[in-house]
Ligand binder design. Structure first.
Ligand code: HPA
Ligand SMILES: [Zn+2]
Length: 338
């Protein structure tokens, strides 16, 4: 008798909250350091891995920015991106909207062209190589001056960088969205989509600011919305997608434990939430690991996992035809388990 292929236990999905620099695995850090003649401040993989214990967002960002130093050439950026796409394909990711942090490279003396061209070279081959459709989001660092962000956006537009939108990331508390109104206005004028991290560590009113002042299409994280029931109702009513990163929230101690993660309440409220990996090399897993973690922690059934996956596709900026195709794949996945 022919054997039927094993059904994947996690659904096909779109990954909407992914920092490409956060996919730099320890092995690749050492490989790129060797290739570029860089002496790392760690003698071994184990010594590096021992640093992956975080107490909050900043403790992670310190290591995240330090490790980026190994990214020097277009090929380095392309290799990192290709490694992510390969792993994401195995995780069931069928479409990715990837953030990159151009400023984090510019401040190290890496030209915009180098980082953007390197990432884009891998993205351009992604559909054919991995079956993953892609879009690129330029994320701006909220702990650096807004004028600098605007200059970088102008440079990205001038070089016709193939970006679909902009985002806002880095240290949240004390860096509210309001400083970036001009940046987001310019992005909208240029026809770009907009997202922003809000309510990861920062208060719920940063989420309101991102909506009211930056007019974002999506909120990255947003878990702190539960502190404000009226805001939750608004997010439901206005169908604002929130890109949730469960393992990230645990590792950065934004929640006390996975069991204490608000994902079930968010589903119950009817929020459009999706499951994402954020910085998978640092937080203990890719999209499939995040799906498995919440499935086990909350006993989610196939329909609930399918809903999370369908949310990710509906919240994506993929063209309607691609969205329809991917939603069909999710329905097939759901039905295969019935
Ligand atoms: O999880 C994150 N939060 C904020 N900024 C970031 N930049 C990379 N990852 C993150
Ligand atoms: Zn993030």
């Amino acid at each position: 008798m022919p054997t039927t292929p094993a059904l994947s236990s996690t659904p096909p999905c779109a990954e909407l909250h992914l920092h490409i620099e956060g996919t730099l695995e320890p092995e690749l850090i050492f490989e790129l350091a060797g290739r570029n003649g860089i002496t790392l401040p760690y003698a071994s993989l184990d010594e590096l891995r021992a640093r992956y214990r975080f107490t909050d967002l900043q403790s992670f960002l310190d290591l995240y920015y330090a490790n980026m130093d190994v990214l020097r050439t277009e090929a380095d950026f392309a290799d990192m991106t290709r490694a992510y796409l390969r792993r994401a394909a195995a995780a069931g990711v069928r479409h990715v909207e990837m953030m990159m942090d151009p400023q984090a490279h510019l401040v190290r003396g890496i030209p915009l062209e180098t980082s953007v061209r390197g990432v884009c070279a891998a993205l351009a081959a992604s559909e054919e190589e991995f079956g993953i459709s892609t879009a690129l989001i330029a994320a701006f660092l909220r702990d650096r001056p807004a004028e600098e962000a605007l200059d970088v956006l102008e440079d990205l537009l001038a070089m016709e960088a193939p970006i679909i939108g902009i985002g806002l990331d880095s240290a949240e508390v004390g860096n509210p969205p309001e400083a970036f109104i001009g940046l987001y206005r310019r992005a909208r004028e240029a026809g770009l989509r907009t997202v922003a991290h809000a309510g990861e560590e920062g208060p719920s009113h940063y989420i309101e600011q991102a909506l009211d002042l930056l007019l974002v299409d999506r909120i990255d994280h947003g878990i702190r919305c539960l502190d404000d029931p009226e805001l939750v109702q608004r997010l439901v009513h206005e169908k604002i997608p929130l890109t949730i990163c469960p393992l990230s929230n645990v590792r950065l101690q934004a929640v006390d434990s996975l069991a204490a993660h608000p994902l079930p309440q968010m589903l119950e409220h009817g929020l459009n939430i999706s499951v994402n990996s954020d910085d998978p090399a640092y937080f203990g897993g890719y999209a499939d690991d995040n799906f498995r973690a919440v499935q086990e922690a909350f006993g989610l059934d196939r329909a609930q996992l399918g809903l999370l996956a369908a949310n990710s596709i509906e919240a994506s900026f993929a063209p309607p035809g691609r969205r329809a195709e991917l939603l069909h794949e999710v329905r097939r996945w759901e039905a295969a388990g019935a």
